[in-house]
Design a protein around this ligand. Structure first.
Ligand SMILES: [Zn+2]
Ligand SMILES: [Zn+2]
Length: 191
């Protein structure tokens, strides 16, 4: 299914795109189809390799996420309590100690976001509202349709350098990676 790029329609409550514990597929994904398990880091349980206790989208359901990549310390360095680990096409496995969770073998299988789930939901609602209001291509500061600048990483749009500067340090630096991820998800075929 082709996703229109003039519209923002990510639905974080969609259990096919973002399954919770009760909806995680048991089989690997078909080619060209994806899902992400959204989890928030509850505690750092690193002893030898980076290991985190995370909470599922369904509150009260916990997993373990352990990094088995080639450079685990580097790949997990952005993992902080209160932040998110989003696991691409994740299928939970049982660890030797009996706990359930994910072994991350490829750093491209995770997106680590510097925000919690509540914050992610808020930003998503904001993007959807702007899109529904016809402001998808407008300056995020003054809503001018004559946008001429964009953030190179997340494509957030600005009318002028002045608008960009006003947004940059007050807000944008903290949420740029989150916005970039949400826009990527807006272009992702789910299944
Ligand atoms: Zn503006
Ligand atoms: Zn940006």
């Amino acid at each position: 299914m082709a996703v229109s790029l003039s519209h923002y329609a990510v639905d974080l409550e969609d259990n096919i795109a973002f399954p919770d514990i009760a909806h995680v597929p048991i089989l690997p994904p078909h080619e060209k189809k994806n899902w992400y398990i959204l989890t928030e880091i509850v505690s750092d349980e690193t002893v030898f390799r980076p290991t985190f206790r995370v909470e599922d989208k369904l509150a009260g359901h916990y997993w373990v996420v352990a990094f088995y990549t080639e450079n685990p310390a580097a790949d997990a360095k952005e993992c902080k309590v209160g932040h998110m680990i989003c696991i691409k096409d994740g299928i939970p496995k049982q660890f030797l100690d009996g706990r359930y969770g994910y072994k991350i073998k490829d750093p491209w299988d995770v997106v680590i976001l510097p925000c919690g789930l509540a914050n992610l939901r808020e930003l998503n609602v904001e993007l959807r509202k702007r899109s529904d209001d016809g402001l998808f291509f407008s300056c995020v500061v003054c809503n001018s349709q004559k946008e001429s600048l964009g953030c190179a990483r997340c494509k957030t749009r600005y009318r002028s350098g002045e608008c960009m500067k006003a947004d940059w340090h007050s807000r944008h630096l903290q949420i740029c990676k989150v916005l970039r991820t949400l826009h990527e998800w807006n272009r992702t075929p789910w299944g």
